[in-house]
Write a protein that binds this ligand. Structure first.
Ligand SMILES: C[S@@+](CC[C@H](N)C(=O)[O-])C[C@H]1O[C@@H](n2cnc3c(N)ncnc32)[C@H](O)[C@@H]1O
Length: 218
């Protein structure tokens, strides 16, 4: 039976096989996200802020909430792998919300606006033909005050014709490698790229490193 590249069943399969601790979650809560969000919050008033985690997986980055107790972050994690969402609902209690959805579809059960939007390793697995739908859904939930961070495999070279091979050892799972020019090409009409951070170590020194693109609505 043929499967679509990056079909949600593949993600469910990975989470079940890896008992919800897939290799990429080994650093625990992503330390760079904590630092970028911390720097941003320092410039804001103490208060409550809504945070959306697109492709939340096993929910490891929901722990960002605990890092900033004075800011009362209202966390929503969203993922199209229903097994991952069920896992998160069982593991994290309290006010954290987890919703099962495909970020490229219409009529999503999400709020109209978020103050912080993170995507750690989801966008880089969205096939190019679905990127416009992803962008539309994110863009309408952001405004100029929204901090939007995309974490993705870093693509060092400027001119690579084809995407890199699949993420070993899973069949049917492809991930794209991105640099700041790619991000400007894809998001530039809706978002300005403020800056990027490349970390060569955070995910075990894999590939050319992992990039964090920090965006703000135009
Ligand atoms: C590499 S994992 C990263 C998970 C999590 N963000 C983390 O950092 O541990 C990518 C996640 O994106 C989810 N995903 C991929 N495409 C999606 C889509 N179209 N809508 C919602 N979630 C998606 C997958 O199910 C998977 O959980």
């Amino acid at each position: 039976m043929s499967k679509k590249v990056n079909d949600k069943s593949i993600w469910n399969e990975i989470y079940e096989k890896e008992e919800f601790k897939p290799g990429w979650s080994s650093p625990g809560t992503d330390p760079n996200l904590i630092s970028i969000i911390g720097d941003c919050l320092k410039q804001r008033c103490i208060g409550s802020y809504k945070m959306l985690d697109i492709g939340c997986g096993n929910g490891r980055n929901s722990m960002i909430v605990e890092e900033f107790p004075s800011y009362a972050l209202e966390y929503t994690g969203a993922d199209f792998a229903d097994k991952a969402v069920e896992f998160c609902k069982g593991k994290y209690s309290g006010s954290k919300k987890f919703v099962h959805l495909d970020i490229t579809e219409d009529n999503l059960p999400l709020d109209d606006h978020y103050d912080i939007i993170i995507d750690c390793g989801c966008f880089h697995s969205i096939p190019p033909e679905a990127r416009a739908a992803y962008l539309k859904n994110v863009s309408k939930r952001a405004d100029k005050s929204t901090l939007y961070i995309i974490g993705a495999w870093y693509r060092e070279k400027e001119h690579i014709e084809t995407k890199e091979p699949s993420y070993f050892p899973y069949l049917y799972l492809d991930e794209w490698f991105l640099n700041s020019n790619d991000i400007r090409d894809i998001f530039g009409k809706e978002f300005n790229l403020l800056f990027e951070i490349i970390d060569n170590q955070v995910y075990n020194g894999l590939n050319k490193g992992f990039a964090y693109f920090i965006l703000r609505k135009c």
